[in-house]
Design a protein. Structure first.
Length: 189
């Protein structure tokens, strides 16, 4: 599901751009969700994290000439996101105590250690999403991947707002149970 949204976005933006910009957009759009998840592990407020990702996108474009295409793009982008997040936190009074120590470095190291677990859970989630009925996948696609609010989803699917809220609640519970079941199966007896 996510891939088709990203590809559609990329295709609509991509037309007529120079090759260098096309390559940057392709790489950034493919990595953007991972970069956002990474920033969210450092800055828990979603709005702040999205702002940091946008600032990171600008910095990445400015530094794109330094990017080595033989290396993975996402870790390179995450290093810049960490720097942008640190700069952002330094400007925010409420974060001063957090960056006074080495908390950002500790979180970064902990995230690196847990990355295989995150990747396995994400693979399980993708598998479980495919098992959902089409109507539920459509609600998930619109709400989570399309960033539509519940009212918009309800209106476009011709359902009541409460029905969408209840569906999302049931879908989340079903996905959680499925992911946990997948994780137990992969872990073995």
């Amino acid at each position: 599901m996510q891939e088709s949204v990203s590809n559609k976005s990329f295709d609509s933006v991509n037309r007529g751009l120079p090759q260098r910009q096309q390559e940057y957009l392709r790489l950034f759009l493919a990595a953007e969700r991972d970069v956002l998840r990474y920033v969210l592990s450092i800055v828990p407020n979603a709005n702040d994290a999205e702002e940091i990702v946008q600032q990171t996108a600008v910095v990445l474009w400015e530094k794109f000439g330094d990017y080595d295409p033989s290396r993975p793009f996402t870790p390179w982008a995450c290093r810049f996101a960490l720097n942008v997040a640190r700069q952002w936190m330094a400007r925010q009074q409420r974060w001063r105590r957090l960056i006074a120590g080495d908390l950002a470095d500790v979180l970064l190291e902990r995230r690196r250690q847990l990355q295989p677990v995150f990747d396995a859970r994400l693979a399980s989630l993708n598998h479980c999403l495919e098992l959902l009925p089409q109507r539920h996948r459509e609600i998930v696609r619109r709400y989570y991947f399309g960033n539509q609010d519940v009212q918009t989803v309800a209106r476009e699917l011709e359902k009541g707002v409460e029905a969408i809220y209840k569906s999302l609640q049931r879908i989340r519970k079903r996905l959680q149970e499925c992911v946990e079941r997948q994780q137990r199966l992969e872990a073995g007896p």
